[in-house]
Design a protein around this ligand. Structure first.
Ligand code: ADP
Ligand code: VHF
Length: 368
C-alpha cells in the first residue's frame, strides 16, 4: 500500500502516553517524525485521528486514572485536547507543517449538512497543505450517541475523505489469535473476510488502561472501512513507518466491499438506534424493495423515547430489523400519526405534518 495517496492514520492513547498516563512528548514526536517524512514528497496526504485528550487531561486535573463517569471524562478531554493539539502543532512545526484541529461527533457523520461541512473542511485543509488532526468532540458527545472510541470514528473519517488506506496504530502489532500477552498466541497477518476472525478471542482495552476501544473496536473499525472498500493496516505505533511504506507489518484487512460515497455508512455500522418503528407489510415492501420514504400510514407501532434527528430501527411485523434511518419526529408525536395519510394529517394538524417520518435519503437497508 505504499502507493496510497491519501491515508488516515489513527493513533490510540496507549501509544501517546507515559506509564503514569500523561502525554509523552517523545512518543508524540516519534510519530510526527514518521508522518511528516511520509508526506514530505508532497504526493501523499495524511489525516491524523488522534486519541489522547482524556489521557493528557488527567494529571492537570489531579486525576490519577481515567475516570469512569462521562462528565469527568469530558472535563479531562476538554483540558487535554488543548495540550494534545499544542503538542502536535509544535512537533509538526519542526517540519514546517501546519496542523488543523477538527472535532467531530457521530452527528457529523450522518446529518447531511454536518457531513458536507466536515468533508469540505477536511478537503480544504489538505488542499492547503495542512495536516488535519481529528478527535471526537467529547465535550458535546452524549453517552448514548458517543463513539467513545476513535477507532470507528477513524473508519468513518477514512470514508468521509475517500482515503486509499486506513492505518490503526496501537500498542500491539496486530490482531493476535488470542490474548497477545499470553505465550503461544501469534499475529494474524491478513484478514480477507470477517469470518477469518470468528475463532479469535478479541478482548477489550489493554493493559495501558488509558484507551477506550480495545481490540474489539479496532476490528469493528477495520470491518467498517473494509466494507467501504478501504484497506486497513492494524499495527503498533513503533511500526508506523513500515505501515506507511507498505512493508509487511501488523494485520492487513482486505477490502470486502466497493468504495461508496454513502453518507449513511455510519447509520449501518456505527449507530446506536434510539428507538424502533414497526412497519406493516406494505411499508416493508415499499421501503425495502422500492426504496421509498417511510410515511405515517405504514407504521403500526413505535418504541423508545427518541427525538427528531435520532437514528431509529425499522422493523417488520416479526420484529426483524430491515432498515435504519434518521427519524423526522419525536417519539411522543408519532402515536397520533399512526396509520393516517400525510394529506389528512396536514389538513388536521398543519403543513408541518405533510412530511415523511423517515426520508428515503436518510435510510439504509440492512441486509441479511
Ligand atoms: N486478539 C487480540 N489481539 C491483539 N490485542 C488484543 C486482542 N484482544 C485484546 N487485545 C488488547 O487490545 C489492546 C489495544 O487496545 P487499547 O488498549 O484500546 O489501545 P489503544 O489505546 O491503542 O486504542 C492491546 O494492548 C491488547 O492488550
Ligand atoms: N476522544 C477520546 C478518545 C479515547 C479513545 O478512543 O482512546 P483509544 O481507545 O486509545 O483510541 C480521547 O481523545 O481521549
Amino acid at each position: 500500500m505504499s502507493e496510497a495517496r491519501r491515508i488516515v492514520v489513527k493513533v490510540g492513547s496507549s501509544s501517546l502516553t507515559t506509564a503514569s498516563g500523561g502525554l509523552d512528548a517523545d512518543r508524540v514526536d516519534a510519530l510526527v517524525d514518521v508522518l511528516a517524512k511520509s508526506r514530505s514528497g508532497g504526493e501523499r496526504e495524511i489525516v491524523l485521528v488522534s486519541s489522547g485528550a482524556i489521557a493528557a487531561g488527567l494529571a492537570p486535573l489531579g486525576l490519577r486514572r481515567r475516570p469512569r463517569d462521562l462528565a469527568r471524562q469530558q472535563a479531562a478531554a476538554s483540558v487535554g485536547q488543548g495540550l494534545l493539539v499544542a503538542r502536535y502543532t509544535a512537533s509538526f512545526a519542526r517540519y514546517g507543517v501546519r496542523v488543523g484541529q477538527v472535532l467531530l461527533t457521530s452527528d457529523d457523520m450522518s446529518r447531511r449538512a454536518h457531513h458536507r461541512n466536515a468533508s469540505r473542511t477536511l478537503d480544504k485543509l489538505l488542499a492547503m497543505g495542512a495536516l488535519p488532526v481529528v478527535n471526537e468532540n467529547d465535550t458535546v458527545a452524549t453517552d448514548e450517541i458517543r463513539f467513545g472510541d476513535n477507532d470507528r470514528l477513524a473508519a468513518l473519517v477514512a470514508h468521509l475523505v475517500r482515503a486509499d488506506l486506513l492505518v490503526l496504530l496501537s500498542d500491539v502489532d496486530g490482531v493476535y489469535d488470542g490474548d497477545p500477552s499470553q505465550p503461544g498466541t501469534s499475529r494474524i497477518a491478513e484478514v480477507r473476510a470477517p469470518a477469518d476472525l470468528d475463532h479469535v478471542e478479541i478482548g477489550s482495552a489493554g493493559k495501558a488502561g488509558v484507551g477506550t476501544g480495545g481490540m474489539v473496536t479496532k476490528v469493528e473499525a477495520a470491518r467498517i472501512a473494509a466494507a467501504a472498500g478501504i484497506p486497513v493496516v492494524l499495527t503498533s505505533a513503533v511500526h508506523a513507518a513500515d505501515a506507511l511504506t507498505g512493508k509487511d507489518t501488523g494485520t492487513y484487512f482486505h477490502p470486502t466491499g466497493k468504495r461508496s460515497a454513502d453518507r449513511l455508512l455510519w447509520l449501518q455500522h456505527a449507530s446506536a438506534p434510539q428507538g424502533a418503528l414497526t412497519l406493516d407489510d406494505g411499508a416493508v415492501r415499499a421501503v425495502v424493495e422500492r426504496r421509498t420514504s417511510l410515511l405515517p400510514a405504514g407504521i403500526a407501532a413505535v418504541e423508545g423515547d427518541f427525538s427528531a434527528g435520532d437514528p431509529v430501527e425499522l422493523r417488520d411485523g416479526h420484529g426483524h430489523a430491515v432498515a435504519r434511518g434518521l427519524v423526522n419526529f419525536d417519539a411522543r408525536e408519532i402515536p397520533r400519526l399512526l396509520g393516517r395519510s400525510t394529506r389528512e394529517l396536514a389538513r388536521e394538524l398543519g403543513p408541518a405534518y405533510e412530511r415523511e417520518v423517515v426520508h428515503r435519503d436518510d435510510l439504509v437497508i440492512l441486509h441479511g
